[in-house]
Design a protein. Sequence first.
Length: 431
Amino acid sequence: MLPEAFLERMKIQLGQEYPAFVASLERPRAVALRFNPLKGEAPTLPFVQAQVPWEPMGYYYDPESRPGLHPYHEAGVYYLQEASAMAPVQLLDPQPGERICDLCAAPGGKTTQIAGRMAGEGFLLCNEINPKRAKILSRNIERMGVANALVTNEHPGKLAERLPGFFDRVLIDAPCSGEGMFRKEEAAVTDWSQETVEMCARRQAEILHSGAQLVRPGGRLVYSTCTFAPEEDELTVEEFLQNHPDFEPEMVEAPWFTAGSAGNFRMWPHKLLGEGHFAAVLRKKGDAGAEGDACAGQKLPKEWSSFAKELGIQLPEGKAILFGQSLFWAPMDLPELRGLKVMRPGLELGVVKKDRFEPAHALALWLRECKNTESFAPDSREISAYMHGDVVPSSQKGWCLVTVNGYSLGWGKGDGQVLKNHYPKGLRIMG
């Protein structure tokens, strides 16, 4: 049962469209996934249906198919993402080579969507203030094979102090009252109140102020929520523009969404196949390059060099960062990290040990090719055994990349007869 105060407000807000809106909330919701271009060409899958109109890599799927259990999901071939939630990144329009910040990034749907658009080029900072959600974000960055991302667990205000004018584009998908998720999440209904709406609006204003400082002159800021409340949407943007005269609405082409004033867009569940969403596109006046210096890298250790040569691994442009024994490959624009809470400073390559190198699971998921590879079909006994943590037959010797129909899944180490399983214990299928 939807809150009465919410329904009364929506009657006023929508007028003649209100009956269609209420009826849409009674229908089964559409479910969607987004293929990951970092993994190469998307496979043909029987449960994938029509394309999401505003996202070239987004598709609706049969809700009975449970694609989250498919090996392709663990290989990062696709991300399960609500269709309307794909809209803000379409409006952000990230480009390869840019510096981009996703300020409220967990669990990682929009971040990995941005990463796909960047095609491995440039610098992506994804931040989450909640430590538990930041860990989930970091895991999804790893699963989707993203190499050029820094994952932080910081207050937006601290990032604004450290990195003013550093980014070409900033996305703020702000925490909100979640009205647009009423059909999807029962907790959003039970937790709703007008007091929550007003509390969220105050918090959103604070986050927007921090995000504004991160944008370079001429850069783009996209603010989005999954709520219908004007206090959190149009009114928040209106107040922001009054307090930040250096920003102005930016008109962009988006025929799929209901356009409002001041660069605002609405995604209504009675007008498209998706849940409720709001987004505003804003531009910082002026024109200048992104500011701020990058940190210095370190020399790659000989243990890595020997391992990479043996398996034919070539890294993209970047720099080495050593955290204790853990070796990371960071994007060139990675800023100085001292004093920041860092979850992941780039692509985790592995652990440097005496006279040897142990590759990380993240490296396996990033790789598209490797000299030593074993590929199995997604419905094969071998893939099932591998994902359960068992050994699999193989004539390979040494470190070997295990793939599912060519999509990297994890490491094994061969003795010429079987591969010892190096699939992370926390990801293994139990039973």
